[in-house]
Design a protein around this ligand. Structure first.
Ligand code: DC
Length: 664
């Protein structure tokens, strides 16, 4: 990995789909619980990162059989039962908070065990005291090799005697989680109570949730948790890790920065992670709109413009995502304050201080208190000035700082697509998402290739409204080819030419001069250099004759080359994609389109839609003609996605279509 990486801003709106890696928190909890529960466990969708490899390494050193398959993203663990098989081991927990706390608690279960724990420098000052004191009260003893109540140390384990134990998890909820997971394996039933409060309660909920999935049920009664393990028959289990909701937060924020939309695959599986709430917070703040499609979440840039002067949010429950929002604050049109984040000062780095130091490079004013950060952005012109030179963001070996500020860097602040932010030590993202920069890179639509979307279907199925809306969201060029046929019909009818005389139509077609003009992001046909008023091509007369003209092979041939030329037109006008609607786009005009969608609806629904629009249009008759003609008849192209819109709202069809485009 280079020592720094300059992030290329998004020149086009975002239009991508991302599958986040497996959750780090759940992968590491699943490994500990697999060791505790005994038998064979296959963990699927596991995260492979430094922290999870550290956990796997510690378990292997403790004597559990651990098989990693990085390619298949599986971890298989064979455990003879809860207590570590090896009575003696040297364990290195790196800078992984989960490994430091969970493995210490696991190792304490072994009677007569002696384990030497070491770690990376930053982990030496991260909180361990609450857990250490609780384990000491349960029979463990510690010899500290550096500071008291901190890593590195030698743990002399004597099993956990059980009974009442209270833990101070004020500095990190992982200490409570660690104790809860091992509590069911103490010598006698253990009741775990919390001294004071804890931070990041959703992580405790996550621990209880995954414990129950492994057969360890915890009750909370009279202020204490008591857990019991009921081994499942055969002790063979498969555990599927949820996608990482914190990792997803970067791509949920991306449309707020780059515009467009981003799909987060399998987001619906994020059931145990509190950070899944981030999208709700961002959408409540008016920065994105988000909706579920199938198992995915789609985040889309919001149209909102009426922001308050300032916004104050409490991120205590989802503090891993506070950096995601804080880092994009230089782009926000309001002052932002985030509180409830004091405990993140003791994470990978002092995140509040680190974030403030980096934001000062881009913002008018950044203030910190012990528990909060307040950011006043510069006006956009000042930020554009700052962006004239590339600013290096220091990352303090913290993956979340690197990823968050890369999202900020994705805004084309200069307007010329040139980088204005470089990220120091990009390799630090391997802690949770080694491929992050590749994924961000491929989320950009400036590969030079135009993404072509064909939307076909009969009259009044909703093609136009859906195509226009998707094109608006993604910043793609929109083309209505029905209007082309209507323009030709209007021109020829105006000359008194009837579609009943195909030879004359073919002859006079040569004098029809079509051009193109861009109206917003719709490319519209001109006739003799002039835009024809939409009302003129949608008269009852044109409605009744257009399908007859459209059935003439020469008319179709004439429009085929015109319609195909729209791809070059879109490219030369700087669009990353083209959405073309019609009857034969996915079958004839662009049979190799990236996305081919066929909309359908029953005739009653379509007639009702036309009636609502106040348009006299015998759509049944037109469709019959369009279906039965010899050249390019209307039909659902093979392997196109057919959507029956009869019982769907327009919004539902847009969402489904959008997600099909994003996934392509
Ligand atoms: O989409 P529309 O209803 O405005 O289309 C008008 C007519 O044009 C329709 O009856 C069939 C014809 N048409 C076509 O044959 N092929 C296309 N790609 C688009 C429209």
């Amino acid at each position: 990995m280079p020592t720094e990486i300059a992030i290329k801003p998004f020149r086009f709106k975002c239009a991508s789909s991302v599958l986040p890696p497996g959750s780090k928190s759940l992968t590491n909890r699943a490994m500990i619980l697999a060791a505790l529960a005994g038998g064979r466990t296959r963990i699927e969708g596991a995260l492979f990162s430094r922290d999870t490899e550290i956990m796997a390494d510690c378990l292997a050193r403790l004597g559990y059989v651990v098989n990693l398959n990085r390619f298949e993203k599986t971890v298989e663990i064979e455990s003879p039962g809860s207590r570590p098989p090896n009575s003696c081991a040297r364990l290195h927990v790196g800078n992984a908070g989960t490994a430091a706390r969970f493995v210490t608690a696991l190792a304490a279960l072994r009677r007569g065990g002696k384990y030497r724990f070491d770690c990376d420098e930053p982990m030496r000052s991260r909180p361990m005291a609450g857990l250490i004191e609780a384990l000491e009260s349960q029979g463990a003893s510690f010899e500290f090799l550096g500071e008291k109540n901190a890593l590195p140390f030698i743990l002399k384990a004597e099993g956990l005697k059980g009974g009442g134990v209270s833990v101070d998890a004020g500095a990190s909820s992982q200490m409570l989680s660690a104790l809860l997971m091992v509590s069911a394996f103490a010598d006698s039933p253990m009741r775990v109570s919390l001294r004071g409060d804890t931070v990041s309660k959703p992580f405790v909920e996550m621990t209880l949730g995954i414990m129950s999935q492994f057969g360890v049920k915890a009750d909370f009664e009279n202020g204490a948790y008591s857990a019991a393990f009921s081994p499942s028959a055969g002790a063979e289990r498969v555990y599927c890790v949820e996608p990482d909701a914190t990792a997803a937060s970067y791509f949920i924020a991306l449309p707020a920065v780059a515009g467009g939309a981003c799909e987060i695959k399998n987001f619906a599986d994020c059931r145990l992670q509190g950070d899944a709430a981030f999208c709700g917070i961002l959408s409540k703040a008016g920065l994105i709109d988000c909706f579920a499609v199938g198992g995915s979440l789609v985040a889309e840039a919001s149209e909102r413009r009426d922001f308050p002067e300032s916004l104050e949010l409490d991120f205590n429950d989802i503090s891993d995502t506070f950096l995601t929002l804080a880092a994009i604050s230089p782009l926000l049109p309001f002052k932002l304050s985030i509180r409830g984040i004091g405990h993140t000062r003791a994470q990978e780095t002092d995140r509040v201080a680190a974030c403030a130091a980096q934001l000062r490079k881009f913002c008018a004013k950044v203030d910190e208190t012990e528990d909060s950060i307040s950011i006043t952005p510069h006006p956009p012109e000042r930020l554009a000035e700052i962006a004239q030179t590339t600013t290096l963001v220091n990352t303090y070996a913290d993956h979340r700082i690197a990823m968050s500020f890369s999202i900020l860097a994705s805004r084309d602040v200069r307007g010329d697509g040139r980088p204005w932010i470089a990220i120091e030590d990009p390799g630090c993202v391997s802690k949770t998402w080694a491929e992050f920069f590749e994924v961000l890179y491929t989320a950009r639509s400036d590969s030079g290739a135009l993404r072509v979307v064909a939307v076909d279907g009969g009259a009044a199925v909703g093609k136009s409204s859906v195509s226009k809306e998707c094109a608006r969201i993604l910043g793609y060029m929109h083309v209505d080819t029905g209007a082309h046929y209507r323009t030709v019909a209007y021109a020829l009818l105006g000359e008194g030419i009837s579609p009943g005389d195909p030879a004359l139509v073919a002859e006079r077609l040569k004098s029809v001069k079509l051009g193109t003009v861009l109206c917003g992001n719709s490319a519209r046909a001109t006739l003799d250099g002039k835009l024809v008023d939409d009302a003129l091509i949608r008269t009852e007369r044109v409605n009744s004759e257009v399908a007859k003209f459209a059935a003439i092979a020469e008319v179709r041939e004439f429009l085929k080359s015109y319609q195909r030329s729209m791809a070059d037109f879109a490219r030369s006008h700087g669009f990353a994609g083209l959405i073309m609607e019609g009857r034969d786009i996915g079958s004839v005009i662009f049979p190799d389109a990236d996305v081919r969608i066929f909309l359908d609806a029953d005739e009653q629904t379509r007639a009702a839609r036309r009636a609502r629009e106040g348009i006299a249009d015998s759509i049944g008759l037109r469709d019959a003609m369009d279906r039965s003609r010899k050249t390019a008849p209307l039909r659902c192209p093979e392997s196109a996605e057919r959507i029956d819109t009869s019982n769907m709202t327009k919004e539902e069809v847009v969402r489904l279509t959008l997600s099909l485009i994003l996934e392509s």
